[in-house]
Ligand binder design. Structure first.
Ligand SMILES: [Zn+2]
Length: 236
């Protein structure tokens, strides 16, 4: 796995942390790539939590949002079990209308204080995916809100309560990577975890759900011999 500009090998992320909070907009956002890292970390005894802004109720074509919210919550709970994630929290923001408000930042900051992560992991919140496809407003707004909430959590006046300032790094998946993580131990769990989004994936394509899940996870990995690596942009 190499740097896009220099061609130099990407450095490994230092393994000096024990807790990780993944903060994303929708059910399935952690499963499209981050899951192999999450499974690797939980297997290594690290504490990993998922914080989801919405229940993805507007995400299944032809399915009423009220029903979709129930289905997608259930699928997300199953997906978490596959990768050993025991803490799953929803903030019940409106799917498709997530804004970076002070209230959302406060909600995220409170969860950061409650979970006390060493590292926060986000999905790409840039304008585009590699310059070719536009990113969604929910991903942009939620990612920016999470970055700002890390700072809010460390300020007792902006969010009343005990400060938490121990987030040492923020990782972004899906943006140009600066570091790599060996996720070999988590690959199969990541495929199983994404395949838990059964009704969601079935609505997207006629291909078998397991095939879709494996193809997606494969597309995120770089193999070196029998070791699989996942890239992250690392801040901090
Ligand atoms: Zn999403």
């Amino acid at each position: 796995m190499t740097d896009a500009q220099s061609g130099a090998p990407l450095p490994d992320l230092p393994d000096d942390f024990s807790s990780v909070l993944v903060i994303v907009a929708h059910p399935d956002d952690p499963e499209y790539g981050i899951g192999s890292a999450a499974a690797t970390w939980t297997r290594a005894g690290k504490r990993v939590g998922y914080l989801l802004a919405s229940r993805g109720e507007a995400g299944i074509e032809g399915m009423d949002p009220a029903e979709s919210a129930v289905v997608r919550t259930r699928e997300q709970e199953a997906a978490c079990k596959e990768v050993g994630v025991e803490s799953l929290v929803f903030l019940d923001e409106p799917d498709g209308r997530i804004l970076e408000t002070p209230e959302l930042r406060t909600s995220i900051a409170r969860e950061i204080r409650r979970f006390q992560p060493d590292i926060v992991v986000l999905l790409n919140f840039q304008q585009t995916w590699g310059g070719r496809f536009f990113n969604s407003a929910d991903h942009r707004n939620l990612g920016q809100a999470a970055v700002d909430a890390v700072a809010d959590a460390a300020n007792e006046w902006i969010v009343p309560g005990a400060r938490y300032d121990k987030v040492s790094r923020i990782l972004e998946f899906g943006a140009h990577p600066t570091h790599r993580i060996d996720v070999t131990d988590g690959v199969e769990a990541a495929v199983a975890s994404l395949a838990c989004h059964r009704e969601y994936l079935a609505a997207l394509s006629d291909d078998p759900v397991e095939d879709q899940a494996r193809a997606q996870i494969d597309s995120t990995l770089t193999w070196e011999g029998d070791r699989a690596h996942l890239g992250f942009r690392v801040y901090g």
